[in-house]
Ligand binder design. Structure first.
Ligand SMILES: Cc1cc2nc3c(=O)[nH]c(=O)nc-3n(C[C@H](O)[C@H](O)[C@H](O)COP(=O)(O)O)c2cc1C
Length: 213
């Protein structure tokens, strides 16, 4: 009889613990009305450590270093893996001259079939990541097409893409990107002006996503 009582006590305690963990993990959906529950956890909750469903990774292309700085800040804030997309044929300063209609970028922009081939478009942590931050510079008002090979080479079913960009001034619209992966959930994302590249701005943007990374 004493053994049965002890077993019941153990099961009750286990139940309380599991319920406690669950209540903090119903935070997958960024559109969840309980936004305040989704605030970034600062490691105070041990249960968070067993929640693998909100894993994230950062993947980016950067031609002149600005987007790389943002990518590094995101990755250190959420403590995620980070990968740089490297074109097989890297862009030189001359290639990037958007004032020259014969430059590489100008020609690529005008070729509807162009795809910049990447050294690697598949990364180890992809399968287990639910949120994929994808960053690039803005080229002519859109996220640079250098990310296309990565998006087209992976299956984003049940995954959420969070685009981010750097630019002198232009914003971007995900409407022009969604065709790259129809199965993905696309968040609106964010463009950072070069003057906005600092931890305070980037961390507060991540907080505003209300995702418990
Ligand atoms: C080919 C090309 C096109 C660009 N088009 C735009 C644009 O339409 N709007 C804008 O605000 N900045 C534009 N820029 C500036 C870049 O978006 C900006 O410098 C960005 O931060 C570069 O990022 P990166 O250093 O990661 O390559 C362009 C730059 C290049 C090279």
């Amino acid at each position: 009889m004493k053994k049965i009582k002890l077993s019941l006590l153990f099961l009750s305690l286990l139940g309380i613990c599991l319920t406690g963990c669950n209540s903090n993990n119903i935070v997958d959906d960024p559109n969840n009305d309980n936004a305040q529950d989704n605030e970034k956890n600062n490691g105070e909750n041990d249960c968070e450590n067993i929640n693998v469903s909100n894993k994230a990774m950062v993947v980016y292309f950067s031609a002149t270093g600005n987007t790389r700085r943002v990518a590094n800040m995101i990755s250190s804030y959420i403590d995620s893996p980070i990968y740089e997309l490297e074109p097989v044929d890297p862009y030189t300063q001359e290639d990037l001259n958007y004032n020259d209609s014969n430059s590489r970028v100008s020609k690529e922009r005008n070729d509807p079939n162009h795809l910049t081939e990447l050294v690697n478009a598949n990364f180890d942590e992809f399968d287990e990541s639910k949120y994929i931050f994808i960053g690039a510079p803005i080229w002519w008002g859109q996220l640079s097409w250098v990310i296309n090979d990565f998006v087209l080479s992976n299956n984003f079913l049940d995954k959420t893409i969070i685009p981010f960009a750097t630019a002198s001034s232009s914003s971007f619209n995900i409407g022009g990107l969604k065709h790259l992966s129809e199965e993905a959930t696309w968040l609106e994302g964010r463009r950072f002006r070069i003057s906005e590249i600092n931890e305070e701005t980037i961390n507060s943007w991540i907080d505003s996503l209300n995702i418990n990374f």
